[in-house]
Design a binder for this molecule. Structure first.
Ligand code: ATP
Ligand code: MG
Length: 354
């Protein structure tokens, strides 16, 4: 089968980690005996420098025509002075919008061997393995009106959702739960918010289509506590935009390292967008020390969700696990003064493990 994957290297360490992720994709394509067309396109500051736009139309076209998109990171001090609509971050928001990706998936798991990197006690962290599914295109961040009133003495933001918007992200979460441990936790604030009461009703009614999935509802304040007190109880968590924004950053702390966190943004159809959670890390860009594993784990998600290659995705994750277990660390994982490997070496270790 021919698959087309667009790689958007972006800025800072983006090109360094996607270069290795590309090597991984090439290895995987060869192993499964398929022809994969891997093409690069410009986004972010790199695109602005070359074309004057953070998201050139050619990039959008290429992305829309592909099966999946792998992004590095965008942004950096070089472009901070630019007006909002041409800043690198506008490129990222733009491509998400163009692709209509409404579900943001953030897997959070702990890695035996890396537990010390977390601020929480190791016994709380054993077996933590969850996916937070955050609604990405609606809710408080986009609802109108959103403005100052009464000459600046009052203000309004609007939490607006249509039934369709809630249903599609909830279905996505049920499907993901079905492919995992079959437990779905829906997080809301149904004791005070009307939007949350409708959210809960919709989850209840869709639950009927997934009798094999166990559903529970948690209030967001309680979920925030549970994530720290008993994080290993969660399998798939689904929630609206702002709750998901906050909870996914909270949960990310459990893993102890931003260099190990992948993400995926999915729509109903069309290509998914995969990217590490970390930014362009201008402080280490160009020095060959960036951890490529968040990108590798994003590739695993790409294989799983866009190419339907669950087994291969699992192999990639296992290879990462083995390399960590055998004690190899990039600088961000090693800690001060400890021995570490660079970006290329970490990449080679994982790929040879495959
Ligand atoms: P953004 O605004 O794009 O989120 P940021 O500056 O808030 O960017 P990052 O770019 O993710 O956040 O960097 C935060 C810190 O984590 C920096 O010190 C950076 O060097 C480090 N870091 C981020 N990603 C990696 C990585 N893949 N490997 C090693 N260190 C990393
Ligand atoms: Mg940041």
């Amino acid at each position: 089968m021919t698959r087309q994957i667009t790689i958007l290297p972006g800025d800072g360490i983006g090109p360094e980690v996607t270069k290795e992720a590309r090597r991984l994709l090439e290895d995987v394509a060869q192993a499964v005996g398929e022809t994969w067309v891997l093409e690069e396109a410009l986004i972010g500051g790199a695109a602005y420098d070359a074309t004057g736009q953070p998201l050139p139309p050619e990039t959008v076209e290429k992305c829309k025509a592909s099966d999946a998109i792998l992004l590095g990171a965008v942004g950096g001090p070089k472009w901070d002075h630019l007006p909002g609509d041409v800043r690198p971050e506008a490129g990222l928001l733009g491509i998400r919008k163009q692709l209509g990706v409404f579900a943001n998936l953030r897997p959070i798991r702990t890695w035996p061997g890396l537990l010390l990197a977390s601020p929480l006690k190791a016994e709380l962290l054993n077996g933590v393995d969850m996916v937070i599914v955050r609604e990405l295109t609606g809710g408080l961040y986009f609802g109108e009106p959103k403005q100052r009133l009464n000459g600046g003495d009052a203000v309004v933001d609007t939490l607006y959702y249509t039934r369709h918007e809630i249903e599609r992200v909830v279905r996505q979460a049920f499907d993901i739960a079905r492919g995992r441990r079959k437990k779905l936790t829906s997080v809301d604030k149904a004791n005070v918010l009307e939007s949350s009461r409708m959210w809960r009703e919709i989850v209840q009614s869709i639950a009927g289509e997934y009798p094999d999935v166990t559903v529970e509802h948690l209030l967001v304040d309680s979920a925030a506590m549970q994530l720290i007190q008993r994080p290993n109880q969660f399998d798939v968590v689904v929630t609206e935009n702002m709750f998901g924004d906050i909870l996914s950053d909270e949960a990310a702390v459990l893993t102890g390292s931003i260099g190990m966190l992948p993400s995926a943004s999915l729509g109903a159809e069309g290509p998914g967008l995969y990217e590490p959670v970390h930014g362009s890390a201008p402080d280490i860009a160009g020095s060959g020390v960036a951890n490529p594993l968040a990108s590798f784990l994003s590739v695993a998600m790409l294989l799983r969700h866009s190419l339907g290659l669950e087994d291969v995705a699992q192999h990639v994750e296992d290879a990462v696990l083995h390399v960590i277990e055998s004690g190899h660390r990039t600088r961000d994982l090693a800690g001060q003064g400890k021995e570490s490997v660079g970006t290329e070496q970490m990449s080679a270790l994982v790929r040879s493990e495959l």
